[in-house]
Design a protein around this ligand. Sequence first.
Ligand SMILES: NC(=O)c1ccc[n+]([C@@H]2O[C@H](COP(=O)([O-])OP(=O)(O)OC[C@H]3O[C@@H](n4cnc5c(N)ncnc54)[C@H](O)[C@@H]3O)[C@@H](O)[C@H]2O)c1
Length: 391
Amino acid sequence: MMLAKEGQMSYRWARAHMTILDKIMIRNETKKPLSGYKLGFCLHITKETSVLVITAKMLGAEIAICSANPLSTQDDVAAFLYSEGIRIFAWRGQSERQYRECIKRVLQSRPDILTDDGGDLHIAAHKLGTTRFYGGTEETTTGVKRLEILQSTKRLKYPVIAVNNAYTKHLFDNRYGTGQSTIDGILRTTGLFLSGKQVIVCGYGWVGKGVSVRARGMGAIVTITEIDPIKALEAHMDGFNVKQLSEIAQLGDIFITCTGNRRVIREEHLIKMKDGAILANAGHFDVEIDVDYLSSQDKFPVLVRPNVDCFKFRDKKLYLLAKGRVINLVGAEGHPPEVMALSFANQLLSILFLAKNYHSMENKIHNVPPDIDINVAHYAVEAAGLKIDDC
Ligand SMILES: NC(=O)c1ccc[n+]([C@@H]2O[C@H](COP(=O)([O-])OP(=O)(O)OC[C@H]3O[C@@H](n4cnc5c(N)ncnc54)[C@H](O)[C@@H]3O)[C@@H](O)[C@H]2O)c1
């Protein structure tokens, strides 16, 4: 609790840069539309998330929250949320078991609506058997993909709004938010110079595009690896080198995975890498870099800086950042508030939509209603001080 004051400062700083949420709150505050609803959140506990949580509370909701990653919680923010009467089950540096237990605690609070980032809360909710949830929302690409599997096998038990798929989410959060914060995470953890470095970005989806452009902007020589020919072509026409990972493995100074896929960087690539290569992941789960292989080669990696583990094998050293977990949230503070304002405006409006309409919604994945998406864009245009023409 000694950290709560610091967390409050972070909350206030973020809130001042997330005016879209204030606007939504002011419009709805008197009606308290979330009054009587229990919300269960599984989100990275950052200063931006605290703005979403406090806003939902102001609109009448009761909230229980856990973290979407064992290493991403900002403890000062967690302490602040607790001081505000939020049921919070999160701290930085959880074991896998503690992480799962915290998700269970959120579900034990009997939430009506579940808001998740990555799908772990939704999957755990589906394992519960009989419990009835009104509905849910999902923040990220990987979570939506996991829910699509439930949907395709007719096992989805409640309607879910795929917040990730809103234009005002993935076009900005995944691309510009992750672009900036991933580079921020790599720079904060390594303290190295990016200019002139060979940076290999695996995946040229929304996240990969953002990371590549930001790395190039700082002077790195960027090469893209892809498995999708359309994305590969797009990267090529955007002026990036496009190569197979096995071909470029020995050249790279910094590797950044942005795919949502498993074992993208694996033994065959790791053995080719040069001494001193740095490995970072921006995808949701810690499965993109084969950490098990690295650990099998060096059982006692040395922590050479906070969030930098050095693995020695085959007469070389490879540096793994943030244990292969989301570098932007473990090594830095996650996305900046201005971009999270868009994502969380979509979240909040989708929660309000669900609270009003869940009875008539099918148990399937729904897009964010287009009027919500466009309204968020209008709010954001205004917040950015822009004016656009009517027609
Ligand atoms: N760190 C963050 O804050 C943050 C933010 C948003 C999304 N994400 C996560 O980042 C990941 C990517 O999200 P996205 O929105 O860019 O998804 P996306 O589907 O737009 O892009 C993923 C890309 O990776 C490519 N890919 C898949 N396997 C590959 C492989 N083995 N080698 C090379 N390329 C491969 C795909 O073809 C695709 O183009 C997801 O896990 C998502 O949940 C993280």
